[in-house]
Design a protein around this ligand. Structure first.
Ligand code: NAD
Ligand code: TYD
Length: 367
């Protein structure tokens, strides 16, 4: 994998950090762990992940023998586990990706979202605050919270993109639970001076994306000749961010961001869902020699809309660009091609994820 890392320091420019990366076995977290271990090989990287349905140790298999990498299976809501890791590993930085992350699952069962996203974030913040205070409040400690643009709600067709000052208006149980966690992070900086950072990003895509999300779901269904379920009229808009660009943005914020601040991260790639599905179909027609149904567009099926489906998300990334010098490197055309190529080359990665549990979930959402 290659990443846009031109705007951030090299390993030689800085003292090593000792990090806990929560949710590091998930989609974005694992991409970030690979990015970080490659770029900062002297840093200690401890992944804390509960290995829910979305966590996958295969995402981290290449790091098994990396000398400064450690995987710990554990729940961010378990205070004793978090305390022990902070102490035993002399942690100075938490990068917090762990979450329940899928809107459709939050509609079916919101309780896990409140537990992990709100209580889990609170548990980490409180443990990290005490750890930071017990070490004399070092100014270089960082708690980096990964959040979403979905906390801002939905945009009309002519509204400007979400900025860091857009009022919160979360619409789904998922986004409401992320909003709750964001408010806790903000309060811990305001009240205790904890050196927090927060980033709210748009929809990510790329390698290791769990099959339930739009892009991998469409790629896999095309390969299997299954219907491509497009919700509602397919005119909903998302601002697609290649996961490698997200990793370089988080790196930039950890090294250059001001504690207490929020930075919005977007790909500058607004696309209607139906146009994105068309692009994926055309790429598959081009890149996959033996598709069961061709052209793949024949598989597109409009299905009942997601309840409360947000119409449009878009990010105004002016702040991170002008204050920290970060811009995304990937276009949606280039990023989708790389992603389709990855799913074609890594069937052994995604095939086992289509488990009986996953099929049961699928039948519920697409009933
Ligand atoms: P994901 O669902 O692929 O991975 C989540 C990871 O967290 C999994 O490895 C899971 O095992 C772990 N986890 C869940 N509950 C846990 C718990 N209680 N304790 C420890 N680990 C637990 O998610 P993702 O798509 O990689 O998203 C990562 C972060 O980025 C999330 O905070 C999400 O809200 C945010 N985000 C994602 C997107 C996106 O497009 N995927 C966009 C904006 C923000
Ligand atoms: P998703 O990948 O679930 O991300 P999010 O809901 O966080 O934006 O969905 C992206 C868009 O694709 C969203 O507008 C819902 C739509 N969608 C479909 O049309 N069909 C599907 O099967 C899925 C999973 C999503």
């Amino acid at each position: 994998m290659t990443f846009n890392s031109s705007s951030v320091p090299t390993s030689a420019d800085r003292a090593p950090r000792r990090l806990i990366i929560t949710g590091g076995a998930g989609f974005i977290g694992s991409n970030f762990v690979h990015y970080w271990c490659q770029k900062y090989p002297s840093d200690r990287v401890v992944v804390l992940d509960a290995l829910t349905y979305a966590g996958n140790l295969n995402n981290l298999a290449a790091l098994e023998n990396h000398p400064s990498f450690r995987f710990v299976k554990g729940d961010i809501c378990d205070r004793a586990t978090v305390d022990a890791l902070l102490r035993d590993e002399s942690i100075d930085t938490i990068v917090h990706f762990a979450a329940e992350s899928h809107v459709d699952r939050s509609i079916l069962g919101p309780a896990a979202f409140v537990h992990t996203n709100v209580v889990g974030t609170f548990t980490l913040l409180e443990a990290f605050r005490q750890h930071w205070q017990s070490h004399g409040q070092p100014s270089y400690y960082r708690f980096h919270h990964i959040s979403t643009d979905e906390v801002y709600g939905s945009l009309g067709p002519d509204d400007p993109g979400f900025s860091e000052t857009t009022p919160y208006m979360p619409n789904s149980p998922y986004s409401a639970s992320k909003a709750g966690s964001d408010h806790l992070v903000r309060a811990y900086h305001h009240t205790y001076g904890l050196p927090t950072l927060m980033t709210n990003c748009s929809n990510n895509y790329g390698p290791y994306h769990f099959p339930e999300k739009l892009i991998p779901l469409m790629c896999i269904n095309i390969l299997m000749g299954k219907p491509l379920p497009v919700y509602g009229d397919g005119q909903n808009i998302r601002d697609w961010l290649y996961v490698g660009d997200h990793c370089s943005a988080v790196d930039t914020v950890i090294h250059r961001g001001t504690p207490g601040e929020t930075y919005n991260i977007g790909g500058n790639n607004e696309v209607k869902n139906i146009d994105l599905v068309h692009m994926l179909c055309d790429l598959m027609d081009e890149l996959a020699p033996e598709l069961p149904v061709r052209p793949a567009r024949k598989l597109i099926t409009f299905v009942k809309d997601r309840p409360g489906h947000d119409r449009r998300y878009a990010i105004d990334a002016t702040k991170i660009r002008t204050e920290l010098g970060w811009t995304p490197a990937e276009t949606v055309a280039g990023g989708l091609r790389r992603t389709v190529e990855w799913y074609l080359a890594n069937r052994d990665w995604w095939q086992p994820l289509l488990s009986e549990e996953y099929q049961a979930y699928y039948r519920q959402v697409y009933a």
